[in-house]
Design a protein around this ligand. Structure first.
Ligand code: VGL
Ligand code: ZN
Length: 204
């Protein structure tokens, strides 16, 4: 893709816990680091996100006695997948991937810090609380958001949908993402993104 000055690259959750060997490893998550580094050089604006949970976060299966990772529970804000403990604030697993090299990034946005509420999206927490990212991007003159990172079917998809809901154009750089893909989650995510007008592009 050719990046315009009004494009921003959103690099979602490229963190140690989402890479092979991590607490919530995304298959081949490490394969996108090099492509993202190359992609980022084309953008005037880049924002990195970090999943950033307090210990005992409500999205962790360990916080729900008798429940196992990947089961779902009903929360006040809707259905919640229960995850292994991951991206706990200040731990090595929450750090950005060592090889990630986006020195020009303007902002590192941390999300999921409310102990009782998850936030797949970089724009809006699961209970509807805005993170401020839409206002930030708008004030910087951004019109289109290009998304990459982890995981395609959760944080990348939710962020892309909320980018659209906030009035931005949105494209997902498909080969600079990887998915968790359980129980058809990747297919469902793409159906929702396409229906919402999210574009699918590739680097190659
Ligand atoms: C993510 C599950 C839980 C993601 C974050 O970054 O896609 N998925 N927390
Ligand atoms: Zn999380």
């Amino acid at each position: 893709m050719r990046a315009e000055p009004t494009d921003a690259l959103l690099v979602v959750d490229v963190q140690v816990d989402f890479l092979p060997g991590g607490a919530l490893a995304v298959p081949e998550g490490d394969a996108i680091v090099g492509p993202i580094n190359a992609l980022a050089k084309r953008f005037r604006h880049a924002v990195l996100t970090q999943d950033w949970h307090p210990a005992g976060h409500a999205s962790f299966a360990s916080a729900h006695p008798g429940r196992a990772p990947f089961e779902t529970v009903r929360m006040a804000y809707g259905e919640q997948v229960l995850w292994p403990d991951h991206c706990v604030q200040g731990t090595r697993g929450a750090a950005l991937a060592a090889g990630l090299d986006v020195p020009g990034a303007d902002l590192i946005l941390r999300k999921g810090a409310n102990p009782g509420v998850d936030s797949y999206s970089a724009f809006v927490e699961a209970d509807g609380t805005p993170t401020g990212l839409a206002g930030y991007l708008r004030e910087r003159g951004v019109v289109r958001v290009a998304l990459c990172g982890l995981a395609t079917d959760y944080c990348v998809a939710w962020s892309a949908l909320d980018a659209r809901a906030a009035g931005f154009e949105a494209v997902v750089v498909a080969d600079a993402t990887r998915a968790i893909d359980r129980d058809g989650s990747l297919t469902r995510a793409w159906e929702r993104m396409i229906a919402a007008g999210v574009g699918r592009i590739t680097l190659s």
